[in-house]
Design a protein around this ligand. Structure first.
Ligand code: NDP
Length: 248
């Protein structure tokens, strides 16, 4: 299977950023694309622009998510819906920040895969694309978000093993900083949010990520693109720091 053999795709978190760009890229290549998110106005604009089918749904509504995926039977599932909360400190996270992060980033993606897999296995083809993060592979000072994306990393790699012999492909996309609305949601404090949002570098665009996804989907069937990690040229990670304990 390559992209031209796949017929139907479901993209979660499609109302903005990476999800919306991916819907546009897949629609352009002639697939029937189902776009899922909560914000109806944005979805409607996306449908007008791309011809996609829209589904207004919160991915945390587990029964509805299973039902929808069961009825669509997508060849391609793009688990993209996600958010960051309590960036900066788990010590001050609200209960809701913790629950919402795992429910959206991890639990919903796991349910979506569970709902899509039986049909894919039956047909002996299909492609699951999980949007992870650099934060799932490398340390960043956002433990809650990093833990959720670390889970997506192992979910993706372990699935590859579980699915051996089925013909179903799995790809994890690990972006660094992408220019989207992500940081409007990630940080509550508007001042800190504005600062974090303004990286001052030439950021990767949502369209760049969509093209990476297309590359993985379009690889010849013999090739499983396990993981793509991409970040701005002007962003790096790693190193070490010496930070004396503050006076007690
Ligand atoms: P955006 O905030 O622009 O997009 C997030 C999307 O997720 C929106 O369409 C939003 O739609 C949707 N979403 C959030 N919660 C729910 C929910 N409960 N149910 C359904 N949809 C939901 O950010 P990005 O495009 O940047 O984020 C996309 C993915 O990329 C996320 O998984 C994020 O963690 C990941 N990522 C982003 C990076 C970045 O720097 N931007 C870096 C690394 C990874 P709506 O609110 O309408 O429901």
């Amino acid at each position: 299977m390559t992209l031209s053999d796949y017929r139907t795709a479901l993209v979660t978190g499609a109302s903005s950023g990476i999800g919306a760009a991916t819907v546009a890229a897949l629609s352009k290549r002639g697939l029937r694309v189902h776009a899922l998110a909560r914000r109806a106005d944005r979805l409607e604009r996306l449908a007008e622009a791309t011809g996609c089918e829209i589904h207004r749904l919160d991915v945390r509504e587990t029964d509805s998510l299973h039902q929808l995926i069961g009825s669509i039977k997508p060849d391609i599932l793009i688990n993209n819906a996600g958010l960051g909360r309590a960036f900066g400190s788990l010590a001050t996270a609200e209960i809701d920040d913790i629950e919402r992060t795992f429910d959206t980033n991890v639990t919903a993606a796991t349910h979506a895969i569970r709902a899509a897999l039986p049909e894919m296995i039956e047909r002996a083809d299909g492609h699951i694309v999980n949007i992870g993060s650099m934060a799932g592979l490398h340390a960043i000072p956002a433990a809650l978000y990093g833990a959720s994306k670390g889970a997506i990393h192992m979910l993706s790699t372990d699935l590859r093993l579980e699915l051996e012999g089925t013909g179903v492909r799995v790809t994890e996309i690990c972006p660094g900083r992408v220019s989207t609305g992500f940081y409007d949601v990630a940080i509550d404090d508007p001042e800190i949010s504005a600062k974090a949002k303004n990286s001052g570098v030439d950021e990767v665009t949502a369209g760049d990520i969509a093209e990476a996804i297309i590359y993985a989907l379009d690889a010849p069937w013999r090739v499983n693109v396990n993981r793509i990690e991409l970040q701005p040229t002007e962003q790096t990670y790693g190193g070490t720091q010496f930070v004396p304990r503050r006076a007690r």
